[in-house]
Design a protein. Structure first.
Length: 288
């Protein structure tokens, strides 16, 4: 994110390395020129620490949506598409924000407790300029522990981040998953199909195979799968491939060529094209 935002990023005084989470502080002044915010695999929480601003966001090429924010407000972003944003600070004041990226380990742990063992990508509602006393309290505690404590507690930091993930799952999940749409796949079939997809990421997409796993015709399988997940089977399969590639780019030293083969793309250039379309940046830029 520091590569995209024009403000100054503050170093963490305590140099705390948080497992599976990232905390960054930024100071901004007015940014009239739109910036491109890349899609990220981790949910991003942006918390306003000081100042106020008019923040505008839009899908690329869409209409601007403005919201007035002040200290204590927050943003929650979990988008699969890059978007643009700009902001205007009030009376040349400094606009200070904290970014918290929640690692998928925290999200998955919270989701399994709340939703049960259904292996689905968790999707949060987008929040712009929201007010939530629980979020505010947790992020103030996180900032204090990471930036101000002489000897920060890794156990406490991990507990705060995990508690934040639980709260976001409870309050901001797009679908609670507790009641099944009668026109959707049964949960056990969905788990079976998604598990099969994970096993087949290096292979070509095979609609007939996945429909057979669900014991349905291709037509009914496609309809019920989309009702369950919001995505067609092929689109969902691509998302799983790219999420796997994102994990390998961040967690391994594998080359981009090897990663492209690992997730089923024989052509690295085609892989890069799909990755850029899905994430907003190239695999190499994402790794950086």
């Amino acid at each position: 994110m520091p590569c995209y935002l024009p403000g100054a990023v503050h170093g963490l005084r305590s140099r705390v390395e948080i497992k599976d989470a990232v905390v960054q502080l930024f100071s901004h002044h007015t940014s009239a020129k739109p910036i491109l915010v890349p899609a990220v695999v981790e949910p991003l929480v942006v918390f306003v620490l000081a100042g106020s601003a008019i923040v505008e966001e839009r899908e690329i090429g869409g209409s601007w949506q403005a919201v007035s924010v002040k200290a204590g407000d927050f943003f929650l972003t979990n988008t699969d598409e890059p978007y643009e944003m700009r902001w205007t600070t009030h009376e040349c004041e400094t606009f200070e924000v904290m970014h918290v990226y929640l690692g998928l380990s925290y999200i998955n742990t919270a989701a399994k407790e709340y939703l049960g063992p259904i292996s689905l990508p968790v999707v949060f509602k987008d929040v712009s300029g929201g007010q939530d006393e629980t979020v505010r309290s947790m992020l103030h505690h996180l900032k204090h522990e990471v930036l101000e404590e002489t000897e920060p507690s890794f156990l406490l930091i991990g507990g705060i981040v995990q508690a934040l993930a639980v709260h976001l799952i409870r309050a901001y999940l797009c679908s609670s998953g507790r009641s099944r749409n009668p026109s959707a796949l049964q949960a056990y079939k969905l788990r079976r199909v998604v598990g099969a997809m994970h096993q087949q990421l290096s292979q070509d997409f095979n609609l007939h195979f996945f429909a057979k796993v669900a014991n349905l015709s291709e037509f009914h399988f496609s309809r019920l799968f989309k009702a369950s997940t919001g995505f067609s089977p092929h689109r969902y399969f691509i998302r799983l491939r790219i999420k796997r590639a994102q994990h390998l780019l961040l967690q391994t030293n594998m080359s981009v060529i090897d990663i492209s083969a690992e997730v089923g793309y024989s052509s690295p250039s085609h892989f890069s094209q799909v990755f850029r379309r899905e994430v907003g940046v190239t695999p190499t830029d994402y790794r950086r």
